[in-house]
Each structure stands twice: as structure tokens, then as C-alpha cells.
Design a protein around this ligand. Sequence first.
Ligand code: DX5
Ligand code: ZN
Length: 215
Amino acid sequence: MRLVAPSLLSANFAKLEADLKMINASQADWLHLDVMDGVFVPNISFGFPVMEAVARICTKPLDVHLMIVEPQKFIPQVQALGAYLMNVHYEACTHLHRVIGEIHQAGMKAGVTLNPHTPVSVLEDILPDLDLVLLMSVNPGFGGQVFIEQTYAKITKLKQMIAGCKSPALIQIDGGVSLDNAGALYRAGADVLVSGSFIFKSPRPKEIIEQIKKA
Ligand code: DX5
Ligand code: ZN
């Protein structure tokens, strides 16, 4: 699969409506929303009041990436947004199996994110229950960072694990994605590419979204 999820983190927050209309009119498959709490990651982004406003305008499925401690506390609020997918960090969940079950019970797709240092092998026993695995290709917390090349080896291993247990999980990549690596990432086995600064810093973001899909 070749999906693109632009990350709102790099949008113009003073003109969010214009950027959301651009996304609506584009070939973007999902809108990626990066929530940061200043505890799990060394930065704070936006929270529910902003996402509620976004949800009223955005016509694309919402892919909510929670870079926060105790993400399970917020399942009802993410559900109330009408989110398509709720994504929690492996490193933030002591009882990951329970959290995934609760996300499914709330009617959402469930994703788990791994930081760059976390091996894909930790997901062996939960993989059949996941709809998506997000491999961070930068350390979470900021847009515009340099892509970590080790991500390719993680994609290859994860792809084998997914095939081995017949998991429905898609592989998503987040951080430092551009036209320099999008084609190689899809060919390596990525299904969904998140891209923030590369899309929003361009004068023609809609064309960039199209080009990433075709990369
Ligand atoms: C980083 C976020 C990413 C970020 C990606 O913590 O999870 O989604 O927006 O930004 P770029 O594409 O600029 O690396
Ligand atoms: Zn993200």
C-alpha cells in the first residue's frame, strides 16, 4: 500500500483552515496529528481543543499519534474526535495489550509506535492484534529532523514478522520523509509515510503529496 499522511505539526497554525482545505483537496490519505506532552517527549504541540477544531474541517481520516505518558487515559477523548486510528508509544504503555483492546472497543484502529532505539522484536506477541506499527525514523518531539537510515533494516525485519503471524498491521514511517527517501521506503515495505516539513514548507504542497505517493 502507498499511503501518505501529512503531519499537521508543520502547518501554519495562524492559517490552519487554509492548510486543512489544501489537505482536503489533495491526495492525502490520512491527516497525522502529533500530540506532545513535554514529558514523554521534550516538546509540547497541541491538544484536544485544537484537534476538535481540526476535526470539524478535515475530511480525511484522522491518525492520532500520541507522544504522551499514560495515553490510555485519553481513549474516550480521541474516540470523541471521530479519529480513525489511535497510535500509542510502546515505551509509554506498561499494559500495552489492555490499551490495544480498549482502543478497539472504542471503535478505532490501533497503532503502536516504536522509538528509534526500540527493536521491532518487542512486538512479537502483540503484532496479530495491531492494525499499524509506526517506526519512528527520528527521535520524536520535533519536525524537520534528519532521517535515521537504520529504519530500513527495521522495516525489513518487521515485514517478515508481520507475514509470519499473518498480522493485518500496516507499516508507517514518521520523521525526515522526503522525495529523497519516499520511493525507497515504499519499496522496502512501508505502507504509510508521514511527512511534515517537506510537505508544508513547499510552495506546492498538494503536488508534493502526489509526488510522494508516486515515488
Ligand atoms: C515527530 C513527529 C512527526 C513530525 C514529522 O515527533 O512525530 O510526525 O511531524 O516531521 P518531519 O516530516 O518534518 O520530520
Ligand atoms: Zn508523528
